[in-house]
Design a binder for this molecule. Structure first.
Ligand SMILES: Cc1cc2nc3c(=O)[nH]c(=O)nc-3n(C[C@H](O)[C@H](O)[C@H](O)COP(=O)(O)O)c2cc1C
Ligand code: SF4
Length: 519
């Protein structure tokens, strides 16, 4: 390819801070200078404070510059023409930026590097090697490989992926389905979106391997409506995969058939819950179904269905390519492999940080995240989305591990971390969690439907200092009822943010400070 080559992310986070305008301005500068230029809209590398992070291809490596504004476009074009020349916003080889260099990128190995719409580029970067190996194995061997890798569902519940696949593989049915949960409703999370926008073929490959492993010929990707960029990239990538005979009849020249379609949700948090998602996919209002039957036995249209999160499925190709032992070697305890962690909220270096399980919460928010963006002390960190607990500084030595978080009455969930400084009012945060549950409740069970509304009222009374002791006891009682009596985790886990706020930050509810919250 002749002429200059420049990468400008097409990722929604970069677009939100002007990446489209920057791409147009660089193109215009090249035209003014009568220079041929190829601009590739790659995914984001996940260094969000540097977006739009533009990369130019030099004779040695890519050189990154950022954050680039439209006013910088002419100068950036000139640095490209001068083979990566100096500029105040020059960051050097992106792979050498410490935030990126220190990561272990397995699921995100190609994100930000490849052209997300190019099947050829995906193949050039070791794409489809996992499928190639899977096709040489018996289907049961593929399931076993995933089981042995120790991969657990990245959507929130952490259920072993291989066991779920085996249940579907063992079910006798004429039709089975693979459903990808791309509803990504958790606050502070964006890893699914980044994969779909930055490396969609890895998800397509993972779903194809899942289909072949369990005997499913059709897959659906259920994407939240707030992700139009992801939907567009996925549809283009699916079309390219079909064209390249990697989807459809005779996948990759094998006797297997597998095809995929994208479906867009309608904006309900509860439709991320797997059974509500299936209802929504079937064209109904998303309501949680009672279990059993499990979706693995009776899922989409009553057929055995694998339903997995984007990250779970996008991690399958590297497990098949490199083997279960390679993946299992990363991590700690029963949390094997790596986790794409998302740093958000009031944090200096927000973004995507993929690393082996075992890193502590303190390392994540203070060292990697650099503390708060405004320089104030961190007071609380919410991990695992709106149903996750608030952690005080005294729990910063908790390692990122499913069991360690559960022991501290928290959850890893989808790996989202939201940082709050010392101005946060934790009583307001507790009220927000209850109100969120009241608004998003599907209404099927009483503890959640009624309990969340009553919960808001009780917190309001505590905040107004009305009969505080009795109302605090009532809130605890109500939280227990919701925890043990709700049909799904929306009602069942809302007590976690509420009770963690009350336990670790009692002074915000008008009680004496907790020793636990102190440093
Ligand atoms: C209220 C609620 C919302 C959920 N939202 C999501 C979501 O947005 N994405 C997701 O992958 N899982 C979500 N889950 C978890 C799913 O029910 C399910 O466990 C997951 O899709 C299984 O895939 P995995 O095993 O790969 O994690 C949610 C669960 C609940 C209770
Ligand atoms: S806990 Fe809430 S969201 Fe879940 S089934 Fe019950 S009412 Fe619906």
């Amino acid at each position: 390819m002749s002429g200059l080559r420049i990468y400008v992310p097409g990722d929604a986070a970069a677009v939100a801070v002007g990446a489209d305008e920057v791409a147009s301005a660089i193109k215009a500068a090249a035209e003014r200078n009568q220079t041929s230029i190829t601009i590739t809209r790659n995914g984001s590398r996940g260094l969000h404070w540097l977006e739009p992070m533009v990369e130019i291809v030099t004779t040695k490596s890519r050189i990154a510059y950022g954050p680039i504004r439209v006013a910088d476009a002419e100068a950036i074009f000139k640095t490209a023409a001068a083979n990566g020349a100096n500029h105040p916003l020059r960051l050097g080889n992106p792979e050498e930026i410490p935030f990126l260099k220190k990561q272990t990128r397995l699921t995100f190995a190609r994100c930000g590097i490849v052209d997300p719409r190019s099947l050829e580029d995906y193949r050039r970067h070791d794409g489809y090697k996992g499928l190639e190996r899977a096709l040489q194995m018996p289907a049961a061997g593929v399931v076993e490989e995933v089981t042995q890798s120790g991969l657990r569902g990245r959507g929130g519940a952490g259920f072993p992926t291989g066991i779920k696949w085996k249940t579907v593989a063992d079910a006798a049915a004429g039709q089975k389905y693979i459903v990808c949960n791309a509803d990504e409703g958790d606050s502070g999370t964006f890893a699914d979106r980044m994969i779909m926008e930055g490396d969609p073929f890895v998800l397509i490959e993972g779903m194809t391997i899942a289909g072949i492993a369990v005997g499913a010929t059709q897959g659906y990707i259920y994407v939240r409506s707030e992700y139009p960029h992801a939907v567009a990239v996925l549809n283009d990538a699916i079309a390219a995969a079909r064209e390249g005979r990697m989807l459809g009849n005779g996948v990759a020249g094998s006797p297997h058939a597998f095809d995929l379609e994208v479906r867009v949700g309608a904006g309900a948090y509860v439709c991320g819950e797997e059974t509500a998602l299936l209802d929504s996919l079937e064209g109904k209002r998303g309501m949680v179904r009672a279990k059993p039957p499990l979706p693995a036995h009776k899922g989409l249209f009553g057929k055995p269905t694998v339903i997995n999160n984007v990250l779970s499925l996008a991690t399958v190709p590297i497990i098949l390519e490199k083997g279960a032992a390679f993946y299992r070697d990363f991590g700690m305890g029963r949390s094997r492999g790596t986790m794409p962690i998302q740093l958000a909220g009031n944090v200096k270096y927000p973004g995507l940080y993929e690393t082996a399980f075992g890193v502590t919460l303190g390392e994540l928010v203070e060292e990697i995240g650099g503390g708060t963006a405004n320089g104030r002390p961190i007071r609380a960190v919410q991990v695992g989305g709106p149903l996750g607990a608030y952690f005080p500084r005294s729990l910063f030595d908790t390692p990122f591990d499913y069991e360690a978080f559960a022991k501290a009455d928290g959850l890893i969930g989808h790996g989202g971390i939201v940082v709050f400084d010392d101005t946060v009012d934790m009583a307001k945060q507790a009220r927000f969690a209850m109100e969120f549950c009241a608004i998003e409740s599907c209404g099927k069970c009483t503890p959640c439907r009624v309990g969340s509304t009553r919960g808001v009222e009780v917190i309001d009374r505590i905040m107004a200092n009305s009969d505080r002791a009795a109302n605090t006891a009532l809130l605890e009682d109500l939280c227990n009822t919701m925890k043990y009596g709700s049909l799904c985790a929306l009602g069942g886990f809302t007590p976690y943010p509420v009770m963690s706020a009350l336990t670790h930050f009692p002074e915000d509810f008008g009680a004496p400070p907790s020793l636990a919250a102190a440093e």
